[in-house]
Design a protein around this ligand. Structure first.
Ligand SMILES: Cc1cc2nc3c(=O)[nH]c(=O)nc-3n(C[C@H](O)[C@H](O)[C@H](O)COP(=O)(O)OP(=O)(O)OC[C@H]3O[C@@H](n4cnc5c(N)ncnc54)[C@H](O)[C@@H]3O)c2cc1C
Length: 458
């Protein structure tokens, strides 16, 4: 199969998928305000990568075989649309899981590798569907009042399994082709039916996706960031979905139920850290620009806050570099980033993000949320006054400063800004998960040895 063109991607979405938004089934995804921008971005991703010929060799199907490969993958994915990024991360996570399961379950590893080839040959886009509804968080999957709050196998047939459940917060599910389903956490003995990993086409019978999106519905000119980049978040309902054996990667082997989540966590957190290193620099840029526009850039407390932001952005980037520099090879010769540095960097970047946003808000002033709209700037009667009073000095016009405030509000203080604050904390499994993994891979014996030596007790 040749690579898909942008037009072929658009046509591929007309496959009978059941997509819902604002209480209704969406008939035309491409014109709906919750999906139109996202689809345009993914279409552009296809168009940008398209090469004629029979082989599909998009860089998002590349497997890093050295630290330099890993660095170059992370450098390029910053310029991809989110669905292309989730395709790369999800498939690398599956291959990582295949490598980790090979000794115990070679047939599952083979199916994963075949599935990878299927996606590559057909140039498909995948999302990761891992987070379950989870019911009462203190109660184990099998003991929940409603047994479906964790996705489970409800029927085993000679040719496959039937699964039921829901996967929540699945980014871009509605605009991609494949749902890569994985157990949300480690399952215990007796929870075999919950240890299910598989791949499902988005249009499979029984799949229904309810969507939300922070995309602005109007006044796009006042939302420069979120009108250009947004993705739907999918509440994916799996209402007795049949999955044939060749697409099943785990079906009851609880010992490997956490292998997928750990593998995905590694790649998702690495990609997240790469994006956050760009966000950190963007926040520094916004803070410096608005300080200059306000005439406060030389005031000492403003300079200190921006210096703190510079250190944040630089340390996130340093953590990313360390994750790559300490990457390790698998028996297959693929390179996996360091678990310790990936998780520590992602945790630091996420935990301190809101602190950095606070600095931008502190530096910028109230116009971040009250600056008049672009339409008001253009109004014949009040526009000249808005321009006059929003200007600060020669070289800083009212239009420029107002648009800077809109960018800060959109990026940090409005629907998209709020989405970012929550997403920073929860994406990649949440801060707690990153603390657990970082601690597990930290050399505690060495740390204790140093402390004992200091105390004269070694
Ligand atoms: C915008 C966005 C996009 C996302 N994209 C995806 C995606 O594409 N695919 C995907 O699979 N997931 C995705 N996620 C889901 C994300 O991984 C989860 O939000 C995260 O794992 C937390 O799960 P939760 O939302 O169910 O919250 P909860 O599990 O309820 O967690 C809330 C808090 O309670 C704590 N907690 C919960 N249970 C326990 C417990 N038993 N013991 C100790 N502490 C506990 C958590 O540590 C956390 O601090 C996305 C999330 C967001 C916000």
């Amino acid at each position: 199969m040749p690579m898909m063109t942008g037009e072929q991607y658009l046509a591929s979405l007309e496959d009978g998928r059941r997509i819902y938004a604002d209480g209704e089934q969406v008939k035309d995804l491409t014109s709906h305000p919750q999906f139109a921008t996202a689809i345009r971005l993914v279409e552009k991703g296809y168009a940008d990568h398209y090469q004629p010929g029979d082989d599909v060799n998009g860089p998002y199907f590349a497997i890093p075989r050295s630290r330099d490969d890993l660095r170059s993958l992370l450098g390029t994915l910053l310029h991809w649309d989110m669905v292309t990024v989730t395709t790369s991360q999800g498939l690398l996570a599956l291959l990582t899981a295949a490598a980790r399961m090979r000794a115990d379950h070679p047939h599952y590893s083979q199916r994963i590798e075949d599935y990878f080839e299927h996606c590559r040959r057909n140039d498909l886009r995948c999302v990761q569907a891992i987070t379950d509804a989870k019911g009462d968080r203190r109660i184990a999957p099998g003991a929940q009042e409603d047994p479906d709050v964790y996705t489970r196998i409800v029927e085993r047939r000679p040719d496959g399994v039937v699964i039921r459940g829901a996967k929540l917060h699945i980014s871009a599910a509605a605009v991609s082709h494949e749902l890569v389903v994985m157990p949300t956490k480690r399952m215990k003995d007796g929870e075999d039916d919950y240890a299910i990993a598989c791949a499902i086409p988005v249009n499979a019978p029984g799949v229904k996706i309810v969507n939300t999106n922070y995309a602005p519905r109007d006044r796009h000119e006042d939302f420069p960031a979120s009108s250009a980049h947004n993705m739907p978040e999918g509440f994916v309902i799996l209402d007795d979905v049949f999955v044939p054996h060749e697409r099943v990667f785990l079906a009851g082997e609880v010992a490997h139920s956490a292998t997928f989540a750990h593998s995905l966590g590694l790649w998702e957190r690495l990609g997240g850290t790469a994006h956050m290193s760009e966000f950190g620099d963007t926040l520094v840029g916004l803070a410096e620009l608005i300080a200059e526009a306000n005439g406060t850039e030389r005031i000492s407390h403003i300079r200190e806050k921006i210096a703190e932001m510079v250190i944040y952005a630089t340390l996130v980037r340093a953590g990313l570099e360390a994750a790559i520099a300490n990457a390790e090879p698998s028996p297959e010769g693929w390179y996996f980033p360091s678990e310790l540095y990936t998780n520590a960097a992602k945790h630091y970047a996420a935990a301190e993000f809101s602190h950095m946003v606070r600095h931008v808000h502190d530096i910028g002033g109230g116009s971040i949320v009250t600056a008049p709209s672009v339409k008001d700037l253009e109004n014949d009667e009040v526009g000249p006054f808005v321009k006059k009073y929003m200007a600060t000095k020669p070289g800083v016009s009212g239009e420029y400063r107002t648009q800077l405030f809109h960018a800060i509000r959109d990026y940090t203080a409005d629907a998209y800004g709020g989405w970012q604050l929550v997403t920073m904390l929860q994406s990649g499994g949440g801060l707690y998960a990153q603390r657990l993994v970082a601690r597990k891979h930290y050399d505690m014996d060495r740390a204790k040895g140093l402390a004992l030596k200091l105390a004269g007790l070694s």
